[in-house]
Unconditional design. Structure first.
Length: 420
């Protein structure tokens, strides 16, 4: 890659985020792809056929990407991710929008998830070795990081909850984007979302204390699919069959909440195929089939983890306690959770633990955390219908087992009950 920037901080950002060649590799360097990032350029919808003045134009034939009308630095790294999502599947490598880390016994875990679901936070665990926080490839022999840096959300960052990430904000060379700073004292206010809810920090990966030296690890033993369910319906952790894993991978569910985007005042379901639809140029079934093959080959355990809301939807309930999420994850990754008693979720059909040491049993049964159980049932039925409606886009491209692995619509459940 060669990246041409208008802004100096953009240049520092992409130098941090991409894996850099060694000095002796740079003489005579000829790029295969070029990114030109011009935030002050405004596209003309009438002339250029764009929807607005903002444009990310990708030409794979010319091997050229033009970014204009936006100063959001993340567009550069996601452009590279999009290219790799096109190039790698024919080589048998699965590109993934995920974080990844390694346990003390050499067990790799990958964490799929959209922005705000906890990929960076949960992978930066002092007891595990970080491979990377956002973009990886899964080959026959390894999981490897595409990047040389991390790009963490900074909104409401606290030293108590996320000490490893918080410490990077005090390090020279970290790029803070949309973070509010007092112009006199130069104190940072991570709770201030006035510039954007999507405040970010870009820093070299070795700013996290426990990282791999070679940016890779063994093939995974566990897959974690993260969602921030703002409807407060999903349990904090669920065990998935391989068919259910493919169903939820193709669904790529999370939810937007008020304040994250202009005009969003109520929770809104978001389905982003393979947890990264805008960056996946091939048909979703290509990535889904790669995942299913690799799960089957390695006997990989799959989990759905809700880092969103409990006790009610956004605005009524509260965010899932990160201590509970970490305790459940630790039990899943060390294998002890497999020995727990499980129940079948009546809405989605996956398995949910009944009791886990160190976690309040009540939080494992979402309906019981709501003040109004009937309101929970109505909200759950709504979310189920949204899942079913979205998955209709993929039904013709997957096997029957995957089609049957999704939730049952409320009206269909009523018909079954009536028949019985």
């Amino acid at each position: 890659m060669r990246v041409i920037n208008e802004l100096a901080w953009h240049n520092l950002f992409i130098r941090t985020m991409l894996c850099r060649p060694e000095a002796d590799e740079l003489p005579g360097f000829e790029p295969e792809y070029t990114i030109i990032d011009l935030p002050t350029f405004q596209a003309d919808p009438d002339r250029h056929g764009t929807r607005s003045g903002t444009v990310i134009a990708v030409n794979l034939s010319e091997r050229l990407i033009l970014i204009g009308g936006t100063a959001y630095a993340g567009e550069m790294k996601k452009s590279v991710f999009g290219i790799l999502n096109y190039l790698l599947p024919p080589k048998g490598v699965m590109p993934m929008h995920c974080s990844a880390n390694i346990g003390p016994d050499g067990d790799t875990a990958v964490f799929f998830g959209l922005s705000g679901t906890g990929k960076t936070t949960l992978s930066a665990d002092a007891s595990r070795t970080l491979i990377g926080d956002d973009e990886h490839g899964w080959s026959d022999t390894a999981v490897f990081n595409f990047e040389g840096g991390c790009y963490a959300k900074m909104i409401r960052l606290s030293e108590e909850a996320e000490p490893e990430i918080y410490s990077t904000t005090r390090r020279f060379g970290t790029v803070l984007e949309n973070v509010v700073m007092d112009p006199v004292t130069r104190e940072l206010d991570f709770d201030d979302g006035s510039l954007a809810e999507n405040s970010r920090g870009a820093y070299p990966i070795d700013y996290i204390p426990n990282t791999t030296e070679d940016n890779l690890g063994p093939v995974p033993k566990n897959i974690i699919m993260l969602t921030a369910d703002a409807f407060g319906v999903l349990p904090p952790i669920s065990r998935l069959t391989p068919d259910q894993a493919m169903y939820h991978f193709l669904s790529g569910y999370t939810a937007k909440v008020a304040g994250t985007e202009i005009g969003v005042t109520e929770p809104q379901a978001t389905f982003s195929t393979c947890f990264g639809a805008p960056f996946m140029p091939r048909h979703p079934s290509v990535y889904g089939n790669l995942l299913k093959e690799r799960i089957a080959r390695g006997g990989v355990k799959c989990w759905l983890v809700n880092t969103g809301w409990t006790g009610g939807k956004y605005g009524v309930g509260h965010r899932m306690p990160i201590q509970a999420t970490r305790a459940l994850l630790n039990a899943a990754l060390d294998g002890s959770l497999n020995n727990a008693e499980f129940r079948k979720d009546p809405n989605f059909g996956f398995e949910v633990p009944v009791s886990v040491p160190g976690v309040d049993d009540a939080i494992l049964e979402p309906r019981s955390t709501w003040d109004d159980g009937e309101q929970y049932d109505r909200t759950a039925a709504k979310l189920v219908d949204l899942f079913v409606e979205n998955f209709a886009n993929f039904a013709d491209h997957v096997e029957e087992g995957v089609r049957q692995a999704g939730p049952t619509p409320a009206q269909e459940t009523m018909r079954i009950d009536a028949t019985e």
